[in-house]
Design a protein around this ligand. Structure first.
Ligand code: AMP
Length: 281
């Protein structure tokens, strides 16, 4: 695996590869890698000649400074995992390298409704920060294929929108969520949970599974209420337990039995904020 720390070096190297007709797949991450991340590397390897991963804990997407400070960093282990997964290139930039002009945004991304709902509502500024870093990374890597996890459902929609705004011919590939045996979605933030908390955290998956099981045409407000109650009984502080149109994220209370729906949860277990989602039909 080749390691790049400088944007210009990586850009130049990739330009040569593209001239030689090599297809480039890109997996952006914030490190503290787990099997979920590695599944994206795997997908990219199957469909491209060169797989580039990046590790960058992006300060501009953390609306809570404490969350940023406590974000896990396990770089030695990450290098080892990427090497073993057969990743070809790792981009490991500094904050200065990504934001040479500083971290204050120079522009506003027009994300429309997506920014007003769910994660957009509960984490103000978060998606602007995501767009800021992903635009920069996409300009440096200019991949043919981008690999994202469905675990961050709304982020997938935001980044798809960003690629449209950028007008770049990048194919966005959304990969399934990898889970622990109890159903808990793998996440770097799980490292901050105790053994006991991990068991409790699988309640999120159970809630989503319950919603899927109970879904029937008509009023679905009672299902959402049941999800919230279940989370609160387990000791969570819930930001949202919602059911939304899978294509637009419009929140749904009356279901016509046809629209494709997604269940989405964000909840705190003590200090740790966890998110997950599931297609319901
Ligand atoms: P992160 O390091 O959390 O920014 O995640 C980097 C990429 O990995 C994002 O596209 C995530 O959606 C994806 N990802 C995170 N967790 C999982 C998971 N459990 N299964 C599949 N992909 C994931």
């Amino acid at each position: 695996m080749v390691l790049f720390k400088k944007a210009a070096d990586l850009s130049n190297w990739l330009e040569t590869q593209r001239k030689n007709k090599r297809r480039v797949g890109f997996v952006p991450t914030m490190g503290a890698l787990h099997a979920g991340h590695l599944s994206l590397i795997d997908s990219s390897k199957k469909e491209n000649d060169i797989t580039v991963a990046s590790i960058f804990v992006n300060p501009t997407q953390f609306n809570d400074p404490k969350d940023f400070e406590k974000y896990p960093v396990t770089i030695e282990k990450d290098l080892d995992l990427l090497e073993k997964a057969g990743c070809n290139v790792l981009f490991l930039p500094s904050v200065k390298e990504i934001y040479p002009k500083g971290t204050i945004s120079q522009k506003e991304y027009d994300l429309g409704f997506l920014e007003t709902v769910l994660e957009g509502k509960y984490r103000p500024g978060h998606f602007q920060g995501v767009c800021m870093v992903v635009e920069r990374l996409l300009n440096i890597v200019a991949p043919h294929n981008l690999y994202l996890g469905q675990k961050d459902y709304q982020q997938c929609m935001v980044i798809t929108r960003l690629t449209e705004l950028m007008g770049q011919p990048i194919r966005v590939n959304i990969c399934p969520t990898l889970r622990e045996s109890g159903g808990l979605a793998m996440s770097s933030r799980n490292m901050r949970l105790s053994e006991e908390e991990r068991k409790t955290a699988s309640t999120i998956y159970k809630c989503l599974s319950l919603a899927k099981e109970k879904l029937k045409p008509g009023n679905i407000a009672a299902i959402k209420k049941e999800m919230k109650t279940m989370l609160e009984k387990a000791g969570f502080k819930t930001d949202y337990a919602e059911i939304a149109d899978a294509r637009t994220l419009e929140l749904i209370n009356e279901w016509d039995g046809k629209r494709k729906l997604v269940g989405l949860i964000a909840a705190f277990l003590n200090e740790v904020r966890l998110i997950d989602n599931m297609m319901l039909n």
